[in-house]
Design a protein. Sequence first.
Length: 89
Amino acid sequence: MPYFRVNGLMVHLKLSGRAKNTKPCAATIEIDGKACRCMGISTALCDWPVEGGTCDAPLCADHTHAHPTNADTDYCPRHWAKYRETELF
């Protein structure tokens, strides 16, 4: 059972049902001047193509970036920046 950040506090949650395998958000945030993981409850996985599949970084609703033309494709902040460098909006 992983720890999640809820309302700024780290809490140990036992999720049931389909959420049982939910992992904490992997996005990097800054707290008190230090870089750390977001740890929010993830709702999506990064779909950026990598060797052997997709990135699959777990993402909370605040750190998910949807592809502009494909609503089923989500990117983590790092891969969203790469997408914006290579594509024209």
